[in-house]
Write a protein that binds this ligand. Structure first.
Ligand code: SF4
Ligand code: SF4
Length: 133
């Protein structure tokens, strides 16, 4: 049975719900937590790999809980040659994968921290961040 990777986004109101418990117990899904992050405003991001016959039911449950569900792209490519270090992406990046290096003020990308949420792709004016499916 193939596994599917998804990214979940939680508002402060939904970030404390026991959703892993429900996915496993109520929908017989095997859940592999790949990455998890919560910011100081209690907005959460969770990257999961789900396996099980009742995958669609589990996804519908998540949506009913007002959790945003998105299919996960394979990875993000950072095109350094296009990046002007404008800094537009660093505030949007929930994990600090894109960060401003001081004192040079150059923007760097740490792929190990990237959860492929694609926020940077939306805000980058130079199309330096690219999604690869
Ligand atoms: S996709 Fe972009 S914004 Fe999201 S975690 Fe990766 S680098 Fe940060
Ligand atoms: S928004 Fe784009 S151009 Fe600006 S720092 Fe980020 S990656 Fe570089």
């Amino acid at each position: 049975m193939p596994s599917k990777k998804i990214i979940l986004r939680f508002s402060p109101e939904t970030s404390d719900k026991p959703i892993i418990y429900h996915l496993v117990k109520d929908f017989d899904l095997v859940v592999n937590i790949i990455k998890a992050h919560i910011n100081p405003d209690k907005e959460g991001t969770l990257v999961l790999e789900l396996t099980g016959e009742r995958y669609e039911e589990g996804i519908n449950f998540l949506k009913e809980q007002k959790i945003t569900v998105q299919r996960l792209a394979e990875q993000i490519n950072y095109h350094k040659e296009r990046c002007t270090s404008c800094g537009c992406c660093t505030d949007s990046c929930p994990t600090g994968a894109l960060y401003l290096q001081r004192p040079s003020m150059q923007v760097n990308f740490d792929g190990d921290k990237c959860i492929v949420c694609q926020m940077c792709v939306k805000v980058c004016p130079m199309k330096a961040m690219e999604v690869c499916f």
